[in-house]
Write a protein that binds this ligand. Sequence first.
Ligand code: 3NM
Length: 233
Amino acid sequence: DDRISGDMLLPRIGTAERIDWIRARLSLYLVMGSVNCHQSPEQVLKQAIAGGITMFQYREKGKQALRGQQYVELARRLQDICRTHHVPFIVNDDLELALTLDADGVHVGQDDAPAEWIRQRLGPNKIVGVSAHSLVEASRAIAAGADYLGVGPVYPTVSKEDAQPVRGTEVIQQLRRSGLTIPVVGIGGINEHNAAPVIRAGADGVAVISAIAAADAPAEAAHMLKKTIVQYL
Ligand code: 3NM
C-alpha cells in the first residue's frame, strides 16, 4: 500500500512527483528521542507540529535511551500524533521497529544496515533516508535507492556523540555543484540564526534535534526556524 502516515499518498518511486513530495517535507525535519527532551516527548512533538515541522524521525539513542517495551510504546504514541497531523513518521536505524509499526520510512547512517537492504525490505512505498558526509557516500546512497540525504554535521553538535568532523555547508555545495538533485537536509547544530546558509548552499531544509526538542517553547522555536527556511528556499 502506498498510503503513509494515515491517509497521505506517497507518489511512486522514480517519479518527479515522488522527489517533489519528499523535498517539500524536508523543509523542517525534527529528529528526536526521549533523551533530547526537557518535557514529555509527546508534548514536544505536538508543539513542534503546531510550529510547522514537516517530517519527524524517532531517534531513541544514548545511554539513557528507552529500551524494550517502553521504546516501542513511545514510538507508537509519537506515530499516533504524526498520523493525526499528517506528518511522516520515520524510524532511525531500526528496520524491525519500522516494519512492526508500519512506519513511513527508515533513516540509516553509514554505520547502520546498508541502504540497499533497507530499501529491499521496506519496498518502494516507504521513505528511505541516508546520512552522507561526502560526495562518494551520497552517490552510493542514491544508487542504493535513498529518497533523501541527511548531510552533516554542518555546525558543531552536542546531540551526537560519534559525529563526524564539522563540515560547514561545503559538502552540500559540492553535491549540488556536481549535479546531484536528490532532496537534501543539512543537520548538526542548526538553529534559526544559522539556518539560512544551509538553504543557500542548496539544501531543501534542515534537520534539527536540540533547536526544537530542548527549547523552552518548542512551538515558537519551530515557527522561527520555519520562517527563516521558507524565506531562503
Ligand atoms: N546526525 P542537533 S548530526 C543526528 O552529522 C545527527 O549526520 C548528524 O542534533 C550527522 O540539531 C546529528 O541538536 C545531531 O545538533 C543533530
